[in-house]
Design a protein around this ligand. Structure first.
Ligand SMILES: Cc1ncc(COP(=O)(O)O)c(C=O)c1O
Length: 400
């Protein structure tokens, strides 16, 4: 009997809008790779709050940055200059490509801003363009424009009409992508590895085709690194694997280790497209978020966590593959760095997640037939292997 949990659950049931299919647990404390629930039970976290807590829970550098900033100044708005925002913009640009940053509060918001920028750029060129080419299965957010960019028609259905102008091409068809991009196209929006549709990589041919089509037509290449950014795939930003540079890159999730923060970086050539009054945010680029983001990024870069994620990811992928051999329920294991997925033959990912939860390990049922792992980048080999073993045992059990 856990009265604290029962109270939380009943309050949520009575007063919370029921938009989440929650798992039956509430965490009250976290440290590194571990979380503790209301009954004091410990869990190994291989989800990281959906790819957010890249440094693990309550990393001392981030906690200290938040504590120090909260005691000094929390909010003034963008009516005034904001020191940690200016410093963060420099850090982001110095570690990506020459350009400028805008700060928002969520991935969807960063993507909205990027889409607005692309349209404004063409408007200023004297040839307004409305079309945006996206990929089937991609996920770009839940606001109306980013939902329209999201290539999952089932998600549009109850909210129709979605925004006009968004076209979707097949995941692995560079020719179709190339054909879809024309002189009416404002932008191509891409996730390089689709996270929410089950860790599905976009091929390097499609990524090159997108860059070439944008260069040919003057459309902007918007790369959504909300999930892949900040070291998760083995490079600081996933585009760095492909020798292709975006015109705009959007970031959120991992950038402030859990404090809501997002950004888009615009290549210099397009950076004058938005002027005062075109776009804004009351909270975006605030002191707390930017101080937390600075501490997060400095640690990620200073400790070469992308390199570590790449090495550990390879090892873990190999171990997961050998552990899953002879498990008929598992039809594949894939991923890049510490963004990994186990493909199941049947729609039993929620049962797998619940069974892992029982055994003190958090994994994510990203789709009904895919279990996703997004461990913090600070995780060690031993813990990662232990988590993988629990998942393998659970999947074996579901076969019986
Ligand atoms: C690739 C990608 N883009 C955008 C989003 C939306 O981010 P947010 O939930 O912060 O609005 C997500 C969230 O999962 C994502 O994975």
């Amino acid at each position: 009997m856990d009265e604290r949990f029962e109270l939380i659950e009943s309050l949520d049931a009575e007063y919370g809008l029921q938009t989440f299919n929650r798992l039956p647990v509430a965490f009250v404390r976290g440290e590194g790779t571990r979380l503790w629930d209301t009954a004091g039970r410990e869990y190994l976290d291989l989800v990281s709050g959906l790819g957010v807590t890249v440094l693990g829970h309550c990393h001392p550098a981030v906690t200290e940055a938040i504590r120090e900033q909260a005691a000094r100044l929390v909010h003034t708005t963008n009516l005034y200059y904001v020191e940690p925002q200016a410093r963060l913009a420099r850090l982001l640009v110095e570690n990506s490509f020459p350009g400028r940053c805008f700060f928002a509060n969520s991935g969807a918001e960063a993507n909205e801003g990027a889409l607005k920028l692309a349209r404004k750029y063409h408007y200023l060129e004297g040839k307004p363009r409305g079309k945006v080419v996206c990929i089937e299965g991609a996920f770009h957010g839940r606001t109306l424009a980013t939902l329209s960019a999201t290539g999952q028609p089932a998600k549009w259905e109850p909210f129709k009409p979605v925004m006009p102008g968004f076209e979707h091409v097949a995941l692995d068809d560079p020719g179709a992508l190339s054909d879809a991009v024309d002189e009416e196209t404002a932008a191509v929006m891409l996730e390089l590895i689709q996270g929410e549709s089950g860790v599905r990589p976009v091929s390097s041919e499609v990524i090159s085709a997108a860059r070439e089509a944008c260069d040919r037509t003057g459309a902007l290449l918007l790369v959504d690194e909300v999930q892949t950014g900040l070291g998760r795939t083995g490079k600081l930003f996933a585009y760095q694997h492909y020798g292709v540079t975006p015109d705009v890159m959007t970031l959120a999730k991992g950038i402030a280790n859990g404090v809501p923060a997002a950004a888009f970086i615009v290549a210099s050539e397009f950076a004058d497209a938005l002027s005062p009054g075109d776009h804004g945010s009351t909270f975006g680029g605030g002191f707390l978020a930017c101080s937390a983001a600075l501490a997060t990024m400095e640690t990620v870069i200073g400790e070469d966590l992308p390199g570590k994620a790449g090495r550990l990811g390879e090892l873990l992928l190999e171990r997961l593959r050998s552990m899953m051999e002879g498990v008929p329920l598992v039809t594949g294991v894939r991923g890049s760095g510490l963004m990994l997925a186990v493909q199941l033959e049947r729609d039993v990912s929620r049962q797998a997640v619940l069974a892992c939860l029982e055994r003190g390990v958090l994994v994510n049922n990203v789709t009904p037939d895919v279990v996703r792992l997004l461990p913090p980048l600070i995780i060690g080999e031993e813990e990662a292997t232990r988590g993988a073993r629990v998942l393998a045992d659970v999947l074996k059990g579901l076969d019986d």
